[in-house]
Write a protein that binds this ligand. Structure first.
Ligand code: LLP
Length: 463
């Protein structure tokens, strides 16, 4: 949705509470390509389809709310990242964005590696056949049990995040008769231009070892002294939903600077650097994400240049996109339950999900778009707010949206770009049942994560 300073003569309903003017889109029936999964189309009968399947059929068969994931799009994005980075680099999909066993198999088949950050993600990966050496284990406070499992499984790398953890991993690896490959997570001091809660490279936060403060260099010293550890590289992740490559440039420069310092102090050149994930996607028409090819080119050039000027051999680069792969491949399908016009303000459209299936609007002020997908309409646009069914007024799915004025209970709405951090951050607030994830491909649809049932909830309630 395009927000701009208000032109002369506002229509009352178009002025948002923050004083911005929102222009109704020219045609509410057209779908803004960049926010939708690749195979999404509106058919001649007005119904939107994905993978060739009309959403009305998906709603009938699988119910609403449901996350509908375009498998071809997911695989296509994996391939695009793989091909863009080529054989001299590794792409680790960040499982926290969305992970299921089907997803693990797709990643494996498409030649991607996997970043996990908990025992649960590790189990999912291993149980679906991801080779352990292609898994990286992250986290700022991994439990002893998680480290033991990761080391026993033989994960390809463990990214250490604290002085305590360096000692813990070394001890566990030694006891298991192993030498664990590790990377050291550093904080490069970049202020990424994104929401405070998803920026991770400024100094005042919990992740990594500070470069500027000297902790990173000290972590390297300690890691090099311990049997049981094989220090292979340096890791930096600057944040999430970032469009500006400048932050990555600074990060790469500082990480390479540390590699040069390590060479000078210890006489070794570490063979790997990982620049993390964080590339932004289009949630609304205003967002302009870069293509994997351009991202790979720009990161590759920065690293090569910095290494050349430091007199280092170029290390093997890896990246960890999560959102940029899965985010655009799914939408959430909801049914409208109530339509409540508030005179002079806006119309509240309640759907059958809400903050339990998408917490991002409430948590990060995330902006989403929405479309009526079960039919077309020529009715006048009405300024709407799409809200859920939970017991608080912050339960907003799409803050500002234009929807057709004849919207009615029973209509289906779809919110695009919900593939990342929606199912994976879903909750049971109000004892809501988490929606299923339905994968569509070539005219076929199958549940890859089933809908929760009341029995699932009651099974945990053992009191
Ligand atoms: N690598 C590391 C070490 C990370 O911590 C993350 C995300 C990623 C890779 C993947 O980042 P991505 O490419 O998906 O942006 N819940 C928030 C996002 C938190 C991201 C946490 N770490 C959201 O909904 O926006």
């Amino acid at each position: 949705m395009s927000r701009s300073a208000h032109p002369a003569g506002p229509r009352h309903a178009d002025v948002l509470p923050d004083g911005h003017y929102v222009a109704p889109p020219a045609d509410l029936n057209s779908l803004e390509e960049k926010v939708w999964a690749r195979t999404v189309r509106r058919h001649d009968d007005g119904v939107v389809a994905v993978g060739g399947i009309p959403v009305t059929r998906l709603a009938e068969e699988f119910g609403t709310p449901a996350y509908i994931l375009d498998e071809d799009d997911f695989r296509g994005r994996c391939r695009a990242w793989r091909e863009a980075f080529g054989d001299d680099a590794d792409v680790f999909y960040a499982g926290k964005a969305f992970l299921s066993r089907a997803v693990v198999r797709w990643l494996h088949e498409e030649g991607l590696n996997l970043d996990v950050c908990s025992g649960g993600e590790l189990s999912t990966a291993l149980s679906a056949g991801m080779p352990a050496e292609r898994i990286a284990f992250h986290g700022n406070n991994k439990t002893v049990h998680e480290i033991e499992r990761a080391v026993e499984a033989g994960v390809g790398r463990l990214v250490v995040d604290s002085f305590e953890e360096i000692v813990r991993v070394a001890h566990i690896a030694r006891r298991a008769g192993r030498r664990q490959r590790i990377q050291i997570r550093v904080t490069v001091g970049v202020e990424a231009h994104t929401h405070e809660f998803i920026a991770t490279a400024h100094e005042d936060q919990k992740f990594g070892f500070s470069l500027a403060g000297g902790q990173a260099a000290e972590a390297v010293r300690r890691a090099l002294k311990l049997d049981g550890l094989e220090l292979v590289g340096i890791h930096s992740h600057i944040g999430s939903q970032i469009f500006d490559m400048a932050g990555f440039e600074v990060s790469a420069r500082r990480v390479v600077g540390l590699l040069a310092d390590i060479r000078d102090e210890h006489g070794i050149e570490l063979p790997e650097i990982d620049l993390g994930g964080g590339l932004g996607i289009a949630y609304t028409a205003d967002d302009d994400p870069s293509e994997p090819h351009d991202i790979a080119k720009s990161l590759g050039e920065i690293v090569t240049r910095e290494c050349e000027s430091a007199g280092l051999a170029t290390p093997r680069l890896s990246v960890e996109p999560g959102r940029a792969i899965v985010g655009p491949t799914a939408f959430t399908l909801y049914e409208v339950g109530t339509v409540k016009p508030l005179e002079g303000l806006r119309t509240y459209v309640s759907v059958d999900g809400g903050m339990s299936d998408n917490i991002r609007t409430a948590l990060y002020d995330a902006e989403y778009s929405v479309a009526l997908v079960s039919r077309t309409s020529d009715a006048e646009p009405m300024l709407s707010r799409v809200v859920g069914k939970h017991c608080e007024s912050g339960d907003i799915v799409v803050r500002d949206a234009f929807l057709p004025g004849d919207l009615a209970p029973g209509d289906l709405l779809a919110v695009p770009a919900t593939g990342a951090y929606c199912r994976s951050m879903a909750s049971n607030y109000n004892h809501a049942l988490k929606p299923p994830v339905v994968a569509v491909r070539d005219g076929g649809a199958r549940v890859i994560v089933r809908r929760e049932t009341e029995e699932d909830l009651l099974r945990l309630d053992v009191g």
